[in-house]
Design a protein around this ligand. Structure first.
Ligand SMILES: NC(=O)c1ccc[n+]([C@@H]2O[C@H](COP(=O)([O-])OP(=O)(O)OC[C@H]3O[C@@H](n4cnc5c(N)ncnc54)[C@H](OP(=O)(O)O)[C@@H]3O)[C@@H](O)[C@H]2O)c1
Length: 229
């Protein structure tokens, strides 16, 4: 596939490396200077890419997604912090006839972590355990709590009817750690996902790009994984 990358940062670089190792070609990369308000996403640029990756910042993602969706592009978006705008983005992709896969976390390990969180909430909360989540990311991460932590919070609230206390740490170069804890006066249970690098996120995002060839519509990464589980 021919790929375009919007956001030439840490994830953009990792995605390019994984995609090239799988035989895909990165035909263009756009940074913030060439793309204020999505202005670099021209029809002629989009015509050269089969799939566009969008990994930028919470404040840029909406303009980019509206520009991409309006032109019927096929997009994999991993930028976090814009989920409240998902209905608007979905409508634009539906009208434009494009394809979007989005996820706050493209790691398969985290997907299974969500399943474990669901099961754990069902078991420990009724047994009287108090739950909390601590998430740690590198100092440059702009949103807090992380999109992944919010998803675990939503899962927990759906299962128990209570909010999950979440604490965020931003320090150093941590790629991403999520620690879900259940504690009672007698003991403590922890479920931990610790990303070792960004490669797992990039691999999931490239896999998603390969899965959506020939499709239209809006998908969450988990929808695609369920098709192969
Ligand atoms: N879903 C997942 O699995 C996953 C995994 C890791 C990270 N993320 C998320 O992905 C996003 C990017 O993470 P990162 O670690 O790559 O961050 P990063 O290293 O800070 O890179 C973000 C890049 O986006 C660029 N950018 C900002 N606005 C832009 C625009 N309008 N057009 C084009 N490029 C623009 C920035 O360029 P300048 O430096 O020139 O401003 C920067 O290079 C974040 O939201 C992060 O939370 C998701």
């Amino acid at each position: 596939m021919r790929l375009g990358i919007v956001g030439a940062g840490k994830m953009g670089r990792e995605i390019a490396a994984v995609a090239e190792s799988r035989g895909h070609e990165v035909v263009w990369k756009l940074g913030s200077k060439e793309n204020a308000g999505g202005s670099g996403l021209t029809a002629s640029r989009l015509s050269t890419a089969d799939v566009v990756f969008e990994f930028t910042t919470p404040s840029s993602a909406i303009d980019n997604l509206l520009a991409l969706g309006g032109q019927g592009a096929r997009v994999v978006c991993g930028t976090t912090g814009w989920s409240k705008d998902l209905p608007r983005v979905t409508e634009v992709f539906a009208r434009g006839g494009g394809t979007l896969v989005h996820a706050a976390n493209f790691s398969v390990g985290v997907r299974h972590f969500f399943e474990l969180a669901t099961r754990a909430a069902r078991l420990y909360e009724p047994a009287g355990y108090a739950a909390y989540l601590v998430e740690e990311h590198h100092a440059a991460k702009r949103d807090a709590p992380s999109g992944t932590a919010r998803t675990v919070g939503t899962i927990f609230e759906m299962e128990t009817g209570r909010p999950l206390p979440i604490t965020s740490i931003r320090a150093g170069t941590i790629p991403g750690t999520h620690r879900l804890v259940f504690e009672s006066p007698e003991d403590e249970v922890e479920i931990v996902h610790r990303a070792r690098s960004r490669a797992g996120f990039a691999r999931g995002a490239v896999w998603a790009a390969e899965r959506i060839a020939g499709r239209t519509g809006v998908y969450e990464f988990g929808d695609l994984l369920k098709e192969v589980e």
